[in-house]
Design a binder for this molecule. Structure first.
Ligand code: ZN
Length: 506
């Protein structure tokens, strides 16, 4: 029986509730900044955000929190109770936050915004030297952070950084996973490239923005996104953000001359949102009320975007509606042709535009380079050349400007070096294994999609994954949901089967 009356537990819960209120306020300020904030107000907003973050840090690392946690970890809380998980996760967060000195975090934050501004200028001017000193400092700070968080089980510099967002993973086990992916994705890519390129001209007609948005919102409702607990706005870079169980918002961006942009980013962010909306509401106001990890979150967005949203059964239901929304553009385009177009594979320079087959190759390049940087095998001044060399050898392409090369992603210029990119690929692999498990449990799932019914899948995901929030980490969840350790097989088989079918279509 959990000792729910322990005074420390009530104090901890009250503190966590205050913290989640502060975090929600900061998140709302950030959402506003990305959507509607007047340009001239950016600096004031930055200061307000910094104030909130300072208070949140103080409240979360105050000595009394350590004392409560210390006392609670000596009590025998029922291991199945939410209180047990609350204490476990709150303790992990407290330990991590307390190991990073306040001055270090402040230095990190102010450096991040300077580096971000330099990155924007360097992209404009196509000049790496504008950002290289900032990046040296970022590398320094990332190494320092790894040192602060380092524990005996960490073997590589990047390991403590990976653990922040993807517990259970490290350089060694990711190298095995990535190696397996590579050994089958490269031959698949060869096979697809040898065939005639998929024609996606039908997606590149003019698609008016209002109609695209309306079509996307209708699809969101169909998969179960509730507009009574959220909304969709437009931003330069789409994202999902949670303020509370009753308020999970998403954003999208529209290109009128390309149908693929808004729709698939809407479904992607919708997948993230379904995860957050599905978390047990009784966890609200605690650190358990969020997704388990970057990778698990991506597994949900990609499951809806790719495994469901780019599948034939999904479009057997939606395509007639899409054709009547855009009769001039798509009225004469067959479903088979459209389905092939949205699954076009192409070696390209830009990660965020990459298809399902090449996407992970982009991630692996970044992962290898950041390991080399952190371990001191690669110098910042040699990074652009090393980047180009990897794109030449892995994808057979050479960027003609830095914004298509080493300066394309914001991650190394706003956050830190190491610990983020791997989550995208782990998430892809998880999505394959989770979906294979769902299909085994519900063999008629795709027939349901053909009828426009997505509730069974959504509810299955909620029961088996979403409801738990952060109670379990990625590897624990995979075991719980699929009964197996994470492995690449299901994901690779999904891609190989899908593309061998698509290749036989004219
Ligand atoms: Zn995502």
């Amino acid at each position: 029986m959990s000792n729910a009356s322990a005074p420390e537990l009530n104090l901890l819960k009250a503190r966590m509730k205050e913290l989640s209120g502060l975090q929600a306020a900061a998140a709302l300020m950030y959402w506003d900044q990305a959507t509607y904030l007047p340009e001239g107000a950016a600096e004031a907003r930055g200061e307000h955000l910094a104030t909130l973050e300072k208070f949140a840090h103080q409240l979360s690392t105050a000595p009394e929190v350590g004392q409560w946690l210390e006392s609670l970890s000596r009590q025998n809380l029922d291991e199945k109770s939410n209180d047990h998980f609350l204490v476990k996760i709150a303790r992990e967060d407290f330990d991590r936050n307390s190991r990073l000195p306040a001055e270090f975090r402040a230095e990190q934050a102010s450096h991040a915004s300077r580096s971000y501004e330099a990155w924007k200028k360097a992209r404009e001017a196509n000049d790496f030297s504008i950002v290289s000193d900032h990046m040296k400092k970022t590398l320094d700070l990332s190494r320092k952070m790894a040192e602060y968080l380092r524990e005996p089980h960490h073997k590589s510099m990047i390991d403590p950084l990976i653990e922040i967002s993807d517990k259970g993973f490290n350089e060694a086990n990711l190298r095995v996973l990535f190696g397996e992916l590579r050994s089958r994705l490269l031959p698949l890519l060869e096979k697809i490239s040898a065939a005639a390129p998929f024609d996606d001209a039908c997606l590149r007609e003019h698609f008016p923005e209002d109609k695209q948005l309306a079509f996307g919102e209708n699809a969101l409702k169909k998969i179960g996104y509730e507009f009574s607990r959220g909304r969709q706005d437009k931003t330069a870079h789409p994202f999902m953000i949670r303020f509370a169980h009753s308020d999970v918002r998403i954003t999208t961006r529209v290109r009128e001359n390309y149908f693929g942009e808004a729709f698939f980013s809407t479904i992607h962010e919708g997948g993230h949102a379904l995860y957050e909306l599905g978390i047990d509401p009784s966890l609200d106001g605690t650190p358990l009320a969020q997704g388990a990890s970057t990778a698990v979150h991506e597994s949900q967005s990609r499951l809806w975007e790719n495994l469901v949203g780019r599948s034939l059964p999904f479009w057997e239901y939606f395509y007639p509606q899409l054709q009547s929304t855009f009769p001039n553009q798509l009225g004469k385009v067959s479903l088979a042709k459209f389905h092939k177009a949205i699954n076009r594979v192409e070696r390209s320079l830009i990660r965020t535009d990459a298809d399902e087959v090449t996407y992970n190759l982009h991630v692996m390049i970044r992962f290898d380079l950041e390991c080399d940087l952190l371990e001191g095998r690669l110098k910042i001044e040699d990074l652009p050349e090393a980047w180009n060399e990897r794109y030449r050898s892995d994808l057979g392409l050479l960027p003609s400007k830095l914004s298509e090369g080493v300066l394309q992603d914001v991650h190394w210029f706003h956050g830190g070096i190491g610990g983020y990119f791997q989550g995208y690929t782990i998430g892809n692999v998880m999505s394959g294994q989770i979906y294979a498990t769902a299909l085994k449990a519900m063999p008629d799932l795709e027939d349901q999609f053909r009828r426009g019914d997505f509730a069974t899948l959504r509810e299955w995901l909620r029961t088996n994954l979403h409801q738990y929030g952060r109670k379990f980490d990625g590897p624990e969840l995979m075991k719980k949901i699929t009964g197996r350790e994470l492995a690449a097989e299901d994901y690779l088989r999904y891609l190989e089967t899908k593309y061998s079918k698509l290749l036989t279509l004219a």
